[in-house]
Every structure is written in C-alpha cells, then in structure tokens.
Design a protein. Sequence first.
Length: 149
Amino acid sequence: MAGIMLACVAATGGSSSSPSIALDADTIIEDVQPAPGFAQAQFSLTNAGLTTQLISSGSFNGDPWCVPGAASSDYEVYATLLGGTLTSGTTGSWLNLGTTRTWDVSLTYLGSGIDIELAVLNLQIRATGTTEILATGGLTLSATVGAPP
C-alpha cells in the first residue's frame, strides 16, 4: 500500500495534499440486448470525482478519477473520437470537470437481425490553465441489439 501512496504523491508533484488524478488505461462498456430492442453504453466523469458506467440494465460507479472529489472543478478533460460515432458527448475541446461530462452510444433497433453502434475515444485530463497531461485513458462504448447468427 505504501508504494501506491508514493506513486500518487509523485504523480501530484510531491505534495501529499495535492489531489490524485487517474484514469483506467482502457475502459470497455458494452451493452448487448435481444432484437428488437434498445441498447446503451455510457461513461461519465462526475463533478464528484467518480467515474460512472451505465448500460440499459443499470449503472454503477467505477474507480474515482479525482481524490478528493471536491477538487474536480480544478481539472479539464479532452475527448478525442478515434473511431465510430457518439450518440452524445463533446469531443475536440477542453471541458471543465466542475460539471459532469458524459459520452454515450445508444441504439434502438426494430429489426430481427443485428445492429451495432460503437465509439472509441481517448480521454486526457489536465489541471485548468495548464498544458501538462496528468492522466490518459482509452474508452470503448458499444451498443448491440440482436444476436450474431
């Protein structure tokens, strides 16, 4: 445990009172539902410093991205869409994390086959007003309605 704390202190400039900022290297959120139907895969960085994941059957909190969460408004996120299409969510600009930021892929399919919506993103976090990237993570959102043959 001491090694983890030292890594957090080193990553935040050596001060044990500085917030710890982290993202998972690769987050995959996948929702598969029978056809006809609705599927949704959603990821949020909350203004409370948590990550949340949602699929059509429910949501849960993931790992914190900012500890303590009260410091979240001191940071910004930049999302780059690497492939696919988002249903909602902002990409291509720095956004303050004092507001919860959400990226979403959803799909309603009324056919009897299969349909898939997918988005692959890269997320970066920095302190507001700086250029140094403090955390980077990959994000894949996948919504599938129907079953493969």
